[in-house]
Design a protein around this ligand. Structure first.
Ligand SMILES: [Zn+2]
Length: 109
């Protein structure tokens, strides 16, 4: 079972306490953007086999949204962090690179 630590209340929450919110760090495009940018925002997702950045909500806890970095193959969790950031914390990226040499994900290479 997936267990993530909520970065707000510190609880180690089991998957049943959480609600998945899809991919983290999407660049949003709205009115006035090009059709290609809007299409990318609406439909294009990474869906990697490996490290992925995701949005989760501590639905049956404090109710707040946060981000998690985990491996989609092994379910290894590299860390969680607040949702009020546009990029993952540098120390988390270093942890991932140490565990997975050659790790690449969008602009966080
Ligand atoms: Zn919480």
């Amino acid at each position: 079972m997936l267990t993530l630590q909520c970065p707000y209340c510190g609880v180690m929450a089991e998957e049943t306490e959480l609600s998945a919110g899809g991919e983290a760090h999407l660049k949003r495009f709205g009115p006035g953007s090009s059709d290609a940018d809007f299409e990318t925002y609406m439909f294009m997702r990474e869906n990697p086999k490996g490290v992925h950045f995701e949005r989760w909500r501590h639905a049956n806890g404090c109710g707040k949204w946060f981000h998690a970095a985990r491996c989609t193959v092994t379910l290894e969790v590299f860390g969680t962090y607040t949702a009020q950031t546009s990029v993952p914390p540098a120390e988390l990226l270093e942890t991932i690179r140490a565990a997975r040499p050659g790790f690449k994900w969008r602009e966080f290479e």
